[in-house]
Design a protein around this ligand. Sequence first.
Ligand code: ADP
Length: 449
Amino acid sequence: MSNFKKIANKKICVIGAGLSGVWAAILAKEKKGHVFLSEGIRELLPAEHSELLNKYNIRYETGGHTKKIKNADIYIISPGIPKDSKIYQQLKSFAKPVISEIEFASWFTGSAKIIAVTGTNGKSTTVRLIDHLFAGSKYNHQLGGNIGIPFSKLVIDTENFDKNKIFILEISSFQMEDIIDFRPYISIILNITPDHLNRYNGKLAKYLEAKLQIAANQREDDYYYYFSREKLLRDNLPDIPNTIPYDKNCKYKDLIQLQNNGRIKTIDGDLLKIRGKHNYYNTLAALAAIEQFQLEQDRILANLKSFTGLAHRLEFVKSINGVEFYNDSKATNIDSVIQALESFTDDIILILGGRDKDLDFRELIPYLKKNTKKIILIGEASEKIRNQIAGIVPMEQVNTMREVVDQAYNEARPGEVVLLAPGCASFDMYENYKHRGQDFKSLVNELEK
Ligand code: ADP
């Protein structure tokens, strides 16, 4: 480990009291740094966060950054803080390293291997599937990063950092903005489509640049897997020998096949529980992620079949009188809505709306023309959506999720699909996408047969 990474007795300042910031602070403390955490916005932290900080005896301030943040040796910055913010500029003016939590945690991983997955859509599904594919194997695998458990916490909880130890990490583009040495053994980019462009001043190139950081430190014995149908990725391969298009050259590609009806069939004739072309590619990505490890094919197949997918991602809720209800509340951008629509050949009643993320709903038009029978609109973006896709399929605007579900069920005939794939954020009516999806599911479950 280079001197720069030896943090005993160094002053470590963590900016932002999100869960990853809190765990980075704890990790720094465990490594004998002098730690201070500064939260610039929230006055009151969630109880879990303040309890952790108190338990580990970490000094902190909330509700604004004071001069206490000066004179640190290293700054660990929360992924929520944009580069053009005042605080980021201020930290840069101190001329000390400013790193992300992912970078920091990776300093303490010994010979463990990192599998890192990024992309606009499909990260959570893919990392969970990768984790599931290792189930029952000799590998000591742990899942974390953007998916919930901060990498720093995984590192703290780990006892053996040997070569059978694998960290499977979901990485957002924000987390990759401030890396220096972060080096996955396996890195995967699933796709790049417009999302979060507000953070990148509307520039896809900048967003791509952040995503490509995932491979920036990879070497000749590492592997970079990418989605070759995406020109942006084909044109921007990192300069290492092992760059592999997982959708074409994966060792286990023949284990699964995509059927015309959106179902995914295994080589021995069973159907996976997840469906749709996007999940077919996510599965190929997950199969690529494990191909450098020793796993038996029988185990891989069994694990593929027992994978149930994630809640709120094209999640099957219920079938009522032949009408199938799907909850894809996490479909908060255009591409994920398109993927959801493309997962069915039956007629669809589509629920769209929520808080607009500055997206162009006209891009949905060709897909809506195929088998969308009706659109039900809800939330702040209703007016915009109505204007952008006027005259394509009948649309109706309602005010509550209860009306959405009742109306959709009234409209649907046996054999049709009711799909919540809103193409918008949920914050106009809900705390988050989970809350929205949960509300939808509860109301569906209340429908009478
Ligand atoms: P992420 O963690 O990247 O947000 P998720 O697995 O949570 O990805 O899925 C988010 C949304 O994107 C869901 O609506 C899901 O159905 C959809 N989705 C999943 N995989 C893909 C993919 N490969 N391409 C496009 N959309 C996808």
